[in-house]
Design a protein around this ligand. Sequence first.
Ligand code: 4AD
Ligand code: MG
Length: 467
Amino acid sequence: MSELKRTKIKNILAMAPGTEVLAKGWVRTKRGNKDIAFIALNDGSTINNIQIVVDKAKFDEGLLQKITTGACISVCGKLVESVGSGQAVEIQAAGMELYGECDPMRYPIQKKGCTMEFLRTVGHFRPRTNTFGAVLRIRNQMAFAIHEFFHSKGFVYWHSPLITAADCEGAGEMFQVTTMDLNNLPRDKKGNIDYKEDFFGKLTSLTVSGQLEAEIGAMALGEVYTFGPTFRAENSNTPRHLAEFWMVEPEMAFYDIKDNMDIAEEFIKYLINYALTNCYDDVKFLNDMYDKELIERLQGVLKEDFVRLPYTEGIKLLEQAVAEGHKFEFPVGWGTDLQSEHERYLVEHYFKKPVILTDYPKDIKAFYMKQNEDGKTVRAMDVLFPKIGEIIGGSEREADIKKLETRIDELGMSRDTLEWYLDLRRFGSAPHSGFGLGFERLLLFVTGMSNIRDVIPFPRTPKNAEY
Ligand code: 4AD
Ligand code: MG
């Protein structure tokens, strides 16, 4: 039987009856009667299984007994037209080989009744489920689409470092990187930890954003984007936060805030359209299984122009909602940061479409954002999405060295680690803008999953770092 080359199930399902094929994969289900067994086989190439029809008289009973849910097998045989529902073709088994048994009494993935919470405890098996197969294939396609979008526009894929001495967001939510012996830390004369003794000779951390270094790229190559892991030690146990997540960060010379909004909107629509076009089977599966409005919601976003609204106007709408009796858990008022419930009110109740909120108070945004003439707000933009809240955060960048220095001092940040960043304004400065798209937040939207832990193979959250 090994004369034949293995064909992926995705391709087998599109082949004509009569062809001899060799399929390899994991058994999803086995049913039948005393004469015939029907095996649903999946190899991860598609959400769809190939049905294997087994004439039991032709096979060893011991072998057949070992072919249970989860077992890994190889099957060769002729492709025939399927009379049953679901698919066009099925394989009439001529030969079968068992690669790996799967004791049904001990295998934790059962056909029914596995909750998302349970599946998180068996992260080494959950990619074998239909749901995670679909989510992870979509994740793969979206990663590819991101590169395709920027590549087609002539952006340069830029690699910002993961280990850095700069705190981009200034929120102090960084994971330290050290090789020092924590039980015996070197101290300086004042008794402070002496980072000169550390691996890099200074305090370093995992990056919370590749933006600052991407600005170096934009000031040389014009338009760049990063796409990589970012790390945040924020202790937020929410369905939308991870301690390790992936971010896409384009950074563009000569773009003002309007250009920035335009490309953000185009980008996100491109990705959603890509998912509907290239991952339809998987999206449809998730739609039918979990979220009957998923496809409608995705198509809806493509049709709408995103609302563009200053923060101050947004706050007015929220205050009006409170006055009319709408209950929020967190208070609303000019100067406060919006909570997810506020963002979702604007997007889901008020406008019923995505909203780009701009011109936030400078005190709730990072130091690098371009300051507006009013002295109170900055040229920030957050893209807010239904079900998700903030999916993108970005801004035009402050190009005025004086304003930037003042802001850094006001915030009590250290200029030492940012001299190179300030140099970008001292030497050949240019107006520029950029944003960060949270890759897993995008995936939440595209897959309809409700917890961010379920759109990444190995979620890292407070008190959880399995694998
Ligand atoms: O709004 P943030 O913090 O912006 C930045 O980091 C900027 N430096 C980006 C830039 O302008 N280049 O994060 C950007 C996006 C958020 O909108 C959100 O989608 C996602 O990153 N994000 C997270 N996703 C998952 N888990 C977390 N803990 C996240 N924190 C931010
Ligand atoms: Mg943000």
